[in-house]
Design a protein around this ligand. Structure first.
Ligand code: 4AD
Ligand code: MG
Length: 465
């Protein structure tokens, strides 16, 4: 039996395979002069050139078109062409699925430049394009590196429920889950109460860390916000570590080390795909910053850490000094808008920024109140070109204060009895954060729109595929 190899395996160990007979499978990217097939199988950005033998079977030759899937058996030889080191000399091609050249013309598989919007309309086919397959391979390596980081640091991977009755972030923007056709009585519903798709696994992760010490979640979360921006999805993936006996400063240290470690990992393990994306970001970027340089710069310096109150002072001074006008007026107590975050990161500090100690009334109920009683131990990490990539905090571990905050937020405390109870059975200081995975992939691949870094994006009015 002739052994099957991926193109990645063949190219990585090309000298080992020289003069050996192998079997490869893939999709045809191009076909020239009736002898050269360019094949890709998704294992790598690189293609394999297949050289057909002379007098090749005409009935098969007719079916060799762009997009067609094939099996090829042949001998690996050194290539005379400059574009590739090796090629496959083959006289044995099996066609799996023919692609008709008329159909190709309507599809994004037609070899010409298509817009990313066009690719999105054919999301089921875009895995075959060079750019999207690069992004998907990087996304895969990032997922792996995240698990690796936490596993190497003594964290346990926790699966939190997707269906929930509680609203962790306190906003009303949740998708309701029901089996009732005409919703009249919630007690007749499947769970005998109102249930929703979870916006975060944090509350459950907090209970788990008070037993396991260090945990992390990595799963999908759902938000019914009507935000049609290049950074918002209705269904996105979040990583939420939660650590017992951790204060805010340790939380910030962890988040910074974690982000830098995974960027280091990806620079090492996804370099071929990043090099391609580097060129793409170059052609798309008016500021002319290479993607790889941008990633390397993140590793060089410590993230700037600054309190919310100082940020307000900086922004209002900048307005006066530089004669700039933000569309949202700068007053203490306001939520930072993306224009402010962008100014701070891209113009003022020119490095990632960790903003901490936000006013309590703009943050969730579970964040620990500071002694000033006005601010909470929150921290957001803001990244160049992205804005908020991480949101986290030290949690309120004192029962009475937490109960007061829950009531202030007008949340039914009876629904959170289990959460509150962790504060009466050996409560401890603890902290955690949430990293928006898709925003991270966006940052690392340099893609402008978050819809181009997830296989099948869910956004307002869009749930196709
Ligand atoms: O700041 P958020 O809302 O924090 C939480 O959910 C906390 N429970 C996390 C924690 O402390 N365990 O969301 C965390 C991150 C944001 O910083 C952002 O990167 C991402 O999730 N995010 C989104 N990403 C894509 N689409 C959306 N609609 C997002 N909303 C938040
Ligand atoms: Mg946030």
């Amino acid at each position: 039996m002739i052994k099957k190899y991926s193109i990645k395996e063949l190219l990585n160990k090309w000298d080992f395979f020289l003069n050996k007979k192998v079997l490869v499978e893939g999709w045809i990217r191009s076909f020239r002069y009736s002898i050269f097939i360019i094949l890709n199988d998704g294992s790598t950005i690189n293609n394999l050139q297949i050289v057909l033998s002379k007098n090749f079977d005409k009935t098969i030759l007719e079916k060799i078109t762009i997009g067609t899937s094939i099996k090829a058996i042949g001998i690996i030889t050194k290539s005379i062409g400059k574009k590739q080191l090796i090629e496959l000399k083959s006289s044995d091609i099996t066609i799996y699925g023919v692609t008709n050249s008329k159909d190709i013309q309507k599809s994004i598989l037609q070899p010409k430049k298509h817009s990313l919007e066009k690719l999105r309309e054919q999301a089921h086919l875009r895995f075959r394009t060079t750019i999207f397959s690069c992004v998907m391979r990087v996304r895969n390596h990032l997922s792996f590196s995240i698990h690796k980081y936490f596993q190497d640091h003594g964290f346990f991977y926790l699966h939190t429920p997707i269906i929930t009755t509680s609203n962790c972030e306190g906003s009303g923007k949740m998708f309701q889950v029901t089996t009732l056709v005409n919703k009249v009585d919630d007690t007749k519903d499947f769970f005998k109460c109102k249930t929703y798709l979870s916006v975060s696994g944090q509350l459950e992760a907090e209970t788990a860390c008070m037993g396991l010490g260090k945990v992390y979640t990595f799963g999908p979360v759902f938000r019914a916000e009507n935000s049609n921006t290049s950074r918002h999805l209705s269904e996105f993936w979040m990583i939420e570590p939660e650590i017992a006996f951790y204060r805010l400063k340790e939380n910030m240290d962890l988040a910074e080390d974690f982000l830098k470690s995974i960027i280091k990992y990806i620079l090492k393990n996804s370099i071929e795909d990043l090099l391609f994306l580097n060129e793409h970001s170059w052609s798309n970027c008016n500021k002319k910053i290479y993607l790889i340089d941008k990633l390397k710069t993140i590793l060089k310096y410590p993230f700037k850490r600054i309190s919310y109150t100082k940020v307000i002072t900086i922004l209002s001074n900048e307005e006066k000094k530089r004669n700039i006008k933000f569309s949202h007026p700068i007053i203490w107590g306001m939520d930072l808008q993306s224009e402010h975050e962008q100014y701070l990161v891209d113009n003022y500090f020119k490095t990632p920024v960790i903003v901490f100690d936000y006013p309590s009334h703009i943050k969730a109920f579970y964040m620990r109140i500071n002694e000033d009683r006005k601010t909470v131990k929150a921290m957001d990490i803001l990244f160049p070109g992205i804005g908020e990539i991480v949101g986290g905090s030290e949690r309120e571990e004192r029962y009475e204060i937490l109960l007061e905050r829950i009531k202030e937020a007008k949340i039914d405390e009876k629904k959170l009895w289990w959460y509150l109870e962790t504060r009466i059975f050996g409560t401890v200081p603890h902290s955690g954060f949430g990293l928006g995975f898709d925003r991270l992939v966006q940052f690392i691949t340099g893609m402008h729109n978050i819809r181009d870094v997830i296989p099948f994006p869910r956004t307002p009015n869009h749930a196709e595929f």
